[in-house]
Design a binder for this molecule. Structure first.
Ligand code: MG
Length: 288
């Protein structure tokens, strides 16, 4: 190739590569656009797994199928309790406690919006999303709740959505699961002075009037309170409850967020984005 043509080719390739690196506009289903190059949002894969893969849907359905089997067994075990803090007499009416987000309601559309806008979780977008009260139900949740109600089991929701979000949350839950859901059975954070993000007091509240057969959630905090401990300590703590998981405690998959993710940057939510990412990278394990 003659020298002048080689330079022209290099310039054209440089322009094309620059266009790729600078990114191109893409559009999500909500009409929002984002610019992507190789540097994508770290949530991209997990949101797409939740939104497009049969594997996610089937993992949820498996969890609720297991929950249904265990519920039927638990109903006949009068000393059966899912509260590891201790509880309860078989004479109390049966109940199950479910978390809300990523347990019965799917917030992945908000996560998709964050990816497209290249944003982190923020309260403003969260409250706006909750006020839409349009979250879809998690696969399998509706069938499980219907079955539990047919068996005479009371359904309680213990959620760390704030009390200011309760009306929207109840409306969303009623639309998806039925009119029996009221503010009385949706126990939000700060609804009472001792109802903090540690759900233990709300579990005890339900346990004071009901025999709690199952806990269903997507975060360790939905089952037992650990505090802000390291990822390694979370794993060790989880293994102490092997008798509960899959029998009295039913776990839903949530790759998008949770205490597992906050533990990676020591729960320092005020930390800048770059520092959080650095901290996450430091947890990657390359040793076989
Ligand atoms: Mg949740």
């Amino acid at each position: 190739m003659k020298r002048q043509y080689r330079w022209i080719a290099i310039v054209i390739m440089g322009v094309l590569a620059g266009a790729v690196l600078a990114g191109c506009a893409v559009q999500g289903t909500n009409g929002a656009t984002a610019t992507v190059g190789r540097e994508t949002h770290e949530q991209l894969n997990c949101v797409l797994w939740v939104q497009t893969s049969p594997e996610y849907e089937l993992a949820c359905r498996e969890s609720y199928k297991l929950a249904t089997l265990m519920l039927d067994e638990a109903l006949y075990g009068l000393q059966w309790t899912a509260l590891h803090e201790g509880q309860a007499s078989g004479t109390l009416p049966p109940a199950v406690i479910l978390d809300v987000d990523e347990t019965v309601l799917d917030n992945s559309p908000l996560e998709a919006r964050l990816v497209l806008k290249n944003r982190e979780y923020n309260k403003e977008m969260w409250d706006k999303w909750v006020a839409e009260a349009a979250a879809r139900d998690i696969p399998g949740a509706k069938e499980f709740i219907q079955h539990a109600i047919e068996e005479g089991v009371e359904i309680f929701f213990v959620t760390n959505r704030g009390h200011h979000n309760e009306d929207h949350t109840v409306r969303n839950l009623r639309d998806r699961f039925g009119p029996m859901i009221t503010g009385e059975t949706v126990l939000t954070k700060d609804e009472q002075p001792d109802w903090t993000s540690d759900k233990s007091t709300r579990r005890a509240y339900v346990g004071s009037t009901h025999r709690v057969l199952l806990l269903i959630g997507d975060d360790f905090n939905d089952f037992a309170y650990l505090g802000e401990v390291s990822p390694e300590e979370r794993v060790i703590a989880a293994r102490k409850f092997l008798d509960y998981w899959g029998e009295k405690w039913i776990l839903l998959p949530n790759p998008m967020y949770g205490h597992w993710e906050q533990a990676l940057y020591d729960y320092d939510r005020a930390l800048g984005d770059a520092m959080k990412l650095n901290s996450k990278y430091s947890h990657l394990d390359t040793k076989p």
